[in-house]
Design a binder for this molecule. Structure first.
Ligand code: AOF
Ligand code: ZN
Length: 357
C-alpha cells in the first residue's frame, strides 16, 4: 500500500498539472513534485505551455542539489526523447534522484520509454499511484493520443425534464449565471468549440471565452453543411479569436476560412471533421450544440464525455438535448458512467463518460 507521504506528493502534482489546462495543447498537462532524501518537498513545477520546459525540469530547477537522493512524483511517465526540450528521464538521472513515482504511462510513441531508462540507471521506479485522478486530469490529451483524434466533450444545458428550449424556441436563460460562467471555463480548456447550423442561425453565438483570466481563445467552429447559416457579419466571425466554418464539398460560399468536408447521410461526416480539426492541432473539442449535431456525434461514436447542466425548471414541451442519435430501442441505449456531480449556482452539473470510451 502506498505511503501517505507518497499520496500527498502525488495529489499535489495532480493539482499542479491542472494549472496548465487550456494552455499546453497540443501537449499534455503534467505536474511534478520533488522531495529530498528525507521526504520533504523541495521543488515543484508544472508544464505551462507547449514547447516550454516540462514539469520535471521546472521542479528540478526549484529543487537544485536537494533533489539528490530524493523522490520525483510525476503525473505522467517522464519522457525519453529529445523533442522541443531534452529527455526528462536523463535530467532526473543527472539530478541524482533515487526514486521516481509516476501516475500514468506515456502513450506517445515518440516519448515513451522513460521508465526503462530510469530503471537501467538504477533508479527505483513505481507506476500507478493516483492513476485515476491523473488520468482524469489529462483526459483530453491522453484520449487524443490514444485515438488519433480530438477528445470530444459534449456540453448541454437543459431543464429538469430534459428540454433545451420552450415550444416557441425561446431558450435564454435556462441555466443559472454560475453555470454559464462555468461553460466559459470549459471553453477556455478546449482547443475548439463546435456548434451546428441550427444554433448558429437561432442564436448568432459568439463562442469566445469571457471572464477567464489568461484564457487562450479556442478555435470557433460552425458546422454549416449548406453554407447558409453563417452570414458575413455574424458574431462568430469577429476578431475575438480564430473561426472555421465547415461546409459540404459542393456548397457555395463567399466566406474564406472554410473547410470543405464530405457529406454524410445527414450533415457532414463527423470523422472527417474530427480529422480536419486534429490536423490543425486541435486535441480537445467542446461540442456545444444543438441537438442534431450532438446526435450526429453520438451516432458516430465520437463523444467521449458528457457535461450536462440540469436546471430546476420544467417546460413540459420543447426540443430535447439530443436528437436523432440512431437509437430506437432500449437495448441500444447508451449507458454512461457518472464521474462527477456538482452544484453550480441553482443547477446540478453531471459529468459522465460513455462506457468503453
Ligand atoms: C510536455 N510537458 O511536462 C511532459 C511531457 O513537444 P515536446 O518536445 O515538449 O515533447 C512533448 C512530449 O513529452 C509529450 O507528448 C509527452 O509525451 C512528453 N512529456 N510533455 O509537454 C511535460 N512531461
Ligand atoms: Zn519531459
Amino acid at each position: 500500500m502506498a505511503q501517505q507521504a507518497d499520496i500527498t506528493a502525488m495529489r499535489r502534482a495532480v493539482e499542479l498539472a491542472a494549472r496548465g489546462l487550456g494552455a499546453t495543447s497540443p501537449n499534455p498537462v503534467v505536474g511534478c513534485v520533488i522531495t529530498d532524501a528525507s521526504g520533504h518537498p523541495v521543488g515543484e513545477g508544472f508544464h505551462q505551455r507547449a514547447g516550454g520546459p516540462h514539469a520535471e525540469v521546472h521542479a528540478l530547477r526549484a529543487a537544485g542539489v536537494l533533489a539528490r537522493g530524493g523522490t520525483a512524483y510525476v503525473t505522467l511517465e517522464p519522457c525519453n526523447h529529445t523533442g522541443r526540450t531534452g529527455p526528462c528521464a536523463q535530467a532526473l538521472i543527472e539530478a541524482g534522484v533515487s526514486r521516481v513515482v509516476y501516475a500514468v504511462a506515456d502513450p506517445n510513441p515518440q516519448a515513451t520509454g522513460g521508465a526503462d531508462t530510469l530503471r537501467a540507471a538504477g533508479i527505483e521506479v513505481e507506476q500507478g499511484l493516483l492513476e485515476d485522478e491523473a488520468e482524469a486530469g489529462n483526459i483530453a490529451w491522453l484520449t487524443s493520443v490514444r485515438r488519433g483524434r480530438p477528445f470530444v466533450r459534449w456540453k448541454y444545458a437543459a431543464t429538469l425534464d430534459g428540454r433545451i428550449a420552450a415550444a416557441d424556441g425561446t431558450s435564454r436563460w435556462i441555466s443559472s449565471a454560475e453555470s454559464r460562467a462555468d461553460v466559459h471555463r470549459l471553453r477556455a480548456e478546449a482547443d475548439a468549440v463546435v456548434v451546428g447550423s441550427g444554433t448558429a442561425r437561432a442564436d448568432d453565438p459568439h463562442l469566445a471565452v469571457r471572464g477567464v483570466d489568461g484564457a487562450v481563445q479556442p478555435l470557433r467552429v460552425v458546422v454549416d453543411t449548406e453554407a447558409t447559416a453563417v452570414k458575413p457579419g455574424a458574431r462568430v466571425l469577429d476578431d475575438a479569436g480564430p473561426t472555421l466554418i465547415a461546409i459540404a464539398e459542393d456548397a457555395e460560399t463567399t466566406l474564406t476560412d472554410v473547410v470543405r468536408l464530405p457529406r454524410a447521410e445527414r450533415g457532414l461526416a463527423v470523422p472527417a471533421l474530427l480529422d480536419a480539426l486534429h490536423a490543425r492541432g486541435v486535441r480537445s473539442v467542446l461540442l456545444e450544440g444543438g441537438p442534431t449535431l450532438a446526435g450526429a456525434f453520438i451516432a458516430a461514436g465520437a463523444v467521449d464525455q458528457v457535461v450536462g447542466y440540469l436546471a430546476p425548471v420544467l417546460l413540459g414541451a420543447g426540443p430535447a438535448a439530443l436528437a436523432d442519435a440512431g437509437i430506437t430501442t432500449l437495448t441500444e441505449a447508451l449507458r454512461l458512467d457518472v464521474t462527477e456531480t456538482a452544484h453550480i449556482g441553482s443547477d446540478i452539473r453531471i459529468t459522465a463518460t460513455l462506457k468503453g470510451a
